[in-house]
Design a protein around this ligand. Structure first.
Ligand SMILES: [Zn+2]
Length: 92
């Protein structure tokens, strides 16, 4: 039997995860999809115009980066796992 004294918590709600309990590991990526189409109006924009738009957005570098590629890995409790799976399945 492996004995690990580390206290594990749900990465979403912070609830303590019981050793040997109904715990789950979430591994998810959301990446920008390139469909092969380039909008010439967007491609031909002046770089300074694009920079101004980025600065005016108020988004951080991390937030901008996550718009292109977002990855999350965390442990989940049973309740958070259920809520996330229901959300991902969407409304039927
Ligand atoms: Zn939780």
């Amino acid at each position: 039997m492996v004995v690990n004294k580390e206290v594990l918590r749900c990465g979403r709600c912070g609830k303590r995860l019981k050793k040997g309990g109904d715990n789950y590991r979430l591994a998810c990526t959301v990446a920008s999809h390139f469909d092969g189409y380039l909008d010439l109006a967007a491609v031909n924009r002046e770089p300074t115009e694009v920079l101004s738009e980025i600065e005016e957005s108020g988004l951080t570098e991390k937030e901008l980066s996550e718009q292109v590629y977002f990855k999350i890995e965390q442990l989940l409790c049973f309740d958070c796992r259920r809520e996330i799976v229901e959300f991902l399945k969407g409304k039927e």
